[in-house]
Design a protein around this ligand. Structure first.
Ligand SMILES: [Zn+2]
Length: 157
């Protein structure tokens, strides 16, 4: 992508990203901002179209989203260290990284050609040093969207 920023270049400070990420979207868009972030992330993950898991890991690193590795199978668990959204933030009693979870789910659907969702189970928002996303592959006829909506509702309690 051509930034056309001769003197400022491509990089911006992380604080700018977080000011945007944690802007008061709920005030303007309603209460379902986590849901919106997740689905926007999911579309993005699908459109980034990584061809393999290693390619997804490289993509996350190159875009500065975080350092990703698979730390569990059955269920698959994906860890993101140095997450762009939450790394270093104080514990707030809930997970924060809906956008990143969405990207992971969208990318995995593209790679594995299976419907799935990514539920964040570890996060700086919960006091953890990294994020972890548990991947649930959805069976035929199972309502993945409904399961994800329940996850989001439960996170807010
Ligand atoms: Zn997180």
């Amino acid at each position: 992508m051509n930034a056309k920023r001769k003197s400022l270049g491509r990089d911006v400070d992380l604080s700018l990203f977080r000011l945007i990420r944690f802007a008061n979207f709920e005030k303007h868009l309603g209460k379902n901002i986590d849901w919106v972030l997740y689905w926007c992330g999911k579309e993005l993950g699908y459109q980034l179209a990584p061809k393999s898991l290693p390619e997804l890991l490289i993509l996350f690193r190159e875009l500065g989203i975080g350092k990703v590795k698979v730390v569990g199978n059955n269920p698959m668990v994906i860890r993101v260290e140095e997450c762009i959204t939450c790394s270093g933030l104080p514990k707030v009693g809930r997970t924060l990284c809906w956008f990143e979870g969405g990207i992971i789910a969208g990318a995995l659907e593209k790679i594995l050609k299976k419907k799935c969702l990514a539920r964040e189970i570890s996060c700086a928002g919960l006091g953890d040093d990294y994020c972890e996303f548990e991947i649930k592959f959805c069976n035929k006829g199972e309502n993945c969207e409904k399961i994800m909506m329940e996850n989001i509702k439960n996170n807010k309690k």
